[in-house]
Design a protein around this ligand. Structure first.
Ligand code: ZN
Length: 166
């Protein structure tokens, strides 16, 4: 099932999501729908549960469609926590909840994080480059932060999205 995506200025996108406590079948079913919804969207390389109005600390990232980058494939990150970050880089970001714009944001180049999988097993990841950027973007959603809140400058670093952008 495809889920409806909240878009700005929906105030739910500004709220802080709660930790997941119960890892059950319903969660697994929700994750399937969340992933389908992510993949159906333009440039869908990541999604957070709050974007479909479920205010829980759940993220999916999969940047494997991008060529020539390091990645982990599909990552389900529940209650994710960034434990280390290194470096800074500016790069362009888009968001399913901000359909009309992309923008430049500074993010750490490399991160280490821990998160639980769908069964509640704790996992540790090291990410870099575009994948690290996507993970940081999605974890921001869990704290009510959009890339619009982190633009390098509002005047020079916000771009209208082309209508055919994929
Ligand atoms: Zn987003």
């Amino acid at each position: 099932m495809l889920l409806d995506i909240l878009t700005v200025p929906d105030q739910r996108l500004k709220q802080i999501s709660e930790s997941v406590e119960i890892f059950d079948k319903e969660l697994a079913e929700f994750l399937k729908d969340l992933e389908r919804t992510m993949r159906a969207g333009p440039g869908g390389v990541g999604i957070a549960a709050v974007q479909v109005a479920r205010l829980q600390r759940i993220v999916i990232v999969d940047v494997s469609v991008k060529q020539n980058i390091k990645h982990h494939g599909r990552m389900v990150l529940i209650n994710p926590q960034i434990t280390q970050s290194q470096g800074k880089a500016k790069g362009r970001e888009g968001c399913l909840s901000v359909p009309d714009y992309t923008g430049n944001v500074i993010r750490a180049k490399r991160i280490q994080l821990s998160a639980f999988d769908v069964k509640g097993n704790k996992q540790v990841f090291e990410c870099e480059g575009y994948e690290a950027r996507a993970v940081q973007h999605e974890i921001d959603h869990l704290d009510g932060i959009l890339f619009l809140d982190r633009l390098v400058s509002r005047r020079n670093d916000l771009y209208p999205r082309e209508s055919q952008s994929g």
